[in-house]
Design a binder for this molecule. Structure first.
Ligand SMILES: NC(=O)C1=CN([C@@H]2O[C@H](COP(=O)(O)OP(=O)(O)OC[C@H]3O[C@@H](n4cnc5c(N)ncnc54)[C@H](O)[C@@H]3O)[C@@H](O)[C@H]2O)C=CC1
Ligand SMILES: CC(=O)C(=O)O
Length: 356
């Protein structure tokens, strides 16, 4: 866009004042001054670090939902990120006005209200720990730079393994835990809701469900939270099915957590659902919606365990200051409590190995 703007300037258009078309209102200052003034008052900036499949799905959804005034895309691949920026800028005529910028240098990021981390893609590694170390090494570059340029920012980590990387981002940023959130299991119950909605012939938004714990295979379905139009599904099944079967529920849970693997097997990655999920988090955070999402938060004191500083997904109230509260009382069976405790122990093992 830069090139076109400068040739338009040669024709007498001035991007700062809109000169030619508009005469400046003396009291409002030039655009640059206005931007500075409004930055502190009202303009919102979201930065997406990693403009791959997931980063771009998130950026695109945030853009179409009009959740920010400015998006900054950062990616190590200069051509790719510039191409993505231009492509989105070309959509300006169809969207609310948003400034879209792009670059390769995370150190150049300034004054983000929300920074979303989606680097890098999962790649096969000799071991889970090997992969984790590689991703944490990347976060060591990215997170302190984000924290330096945007010390007041909220941080949402999407990169996998999301619970451990959210912990790493918390440690590396030096931010209070209330400002560091992993997207966690926000996506998992969405898959459960989709499955139930299709089965029951209702809209997925009419199905309520929460999943907690680890994102992915270990995610725990809170069956007592599953409701359709306010009706508890579990009590309904208990009333109508004399041989109500816990194994059937486990089968559904497995299908839900296996949903990502199926999509990855088919198209190579998942992107759209996580795009909407994270845009939903961005809405709750930036617009101070105080909605309850299952996201990965510092779980110390909230899980039925004496463990540690792990990040695990729990129903959390999200607003402009980040995590405003975490569900104090989960209704868990003995087995569920044990699963959650086991997840916490496993994650803590990984976190300790990172020596952050
Ligand atoms: N938490 C969740 O529910 C989900 C998490 N994910 C995770 O999101 C992550 C991203 O996945 P994709 O977008 O599919 O991968 P991708 O490979 O398409 O995108 C990653 C991007 O990161 C960029 N990158 C790598 N190193 C960088 C650096 N040092 N600085 C700036 N940019 C850098 C790459 O150039 C690439 O464009 C993965 O870890 C994936 O597992 C994906 C879907 C759901
Ligand atoms: C990849 C992944 O974590 C997901 O789509 O749930």
């Amino acid at each position: 866009m830069k090139k076109e703007a400068s040739s338009l300037s040669e024709l007498g258009f001035d991007a700062d004042t809109g000169a030619g078309f508009f005469r400046q209102v003396p009291s409002c200052g030039r655009d640059g001054e206005l931007t500075t003034l409004r930055r502190t008052e009202r303009l919102t900036k979201v930065s997406v670090i990693g403009a791959g499949n997931v980063g771009m799905a998130i950026a695109q959804t945030i853009l179409t939902q009009g959740l920010t005034d400015e998006i900054a895309l950062v990616d190590a691949e200069a051509d790719r990120v510039r191409g993505e920026m231009l492509d989105l800028q070309h959509a300006a005529a169809f969207l609310p006005r948003v400034r879209i910028a792009a670059g390769t240098d995370v150190l150049g990021l300034r004054a983000s209200d929300l920074a979303i981390i989606t680097v890098p893609r999962e790649r096969p590694a000799a071991s889970r720990m090997g992969q984790l170390r590689r991703n944490v090494a990347l976060l060591r570059e990215v997170v302190p730079a984000v924290a330096k340029g945007s010390p007041e920012s909220l941080l949402v980590v999407v990169s996998n393994p999301v619970d451990v990387l959210a912990y790493a981002a918390w440690k590396l940023s030096g931010f209070p835990s209330s400002r560091v959130i992993g997207s966690g299991t926000d996506l998992d119950p969405a898959r459960l809701r989709c499955l139930l909605a299709e089965h029951l012939g209702v809209g997925a938004q009419d199905v309520q469900a929460y999943m907690v714990g680890e994102h992915g295979d270990g995610a725990l379905a809170l069956w007592s939270s599953v409701r359709v139009g306010g009706m508890p599904v579990l009590s309904y099944l208990q009333k109508t099915h004399s041989s109500f079967d816990a194994e059937a529920l486990e089968g559904i849970r497995r299908a839900v957590v296996g949903g990502a693997r199926e999509v990855i097997g088919l198209k190579g990655y998942t992107s759209w659902a996580i795009g909407y999920s994270v845009a939903g988090l961005a809405r709750s955070l930036l617009r101070d919606q105080r909605r309850v999402h299952s996201v990965s938060v510092l779980a110390k004191g909230f899980v039925p365990s004496d463990v540690h500083e792990v990040f695990l997904s729990l129903p959390a109230r999200l607003g402009r200051r980040g995590v405003l509260g975490v569900a104090a009382e989960l209704e868990l069976t003995g087995d569920e409590e044990m699963t959650l405790r086991r997840s916490a122990e496993t994650l803590w093992g990984y976190c300790q190995e990172l020596e952050l």
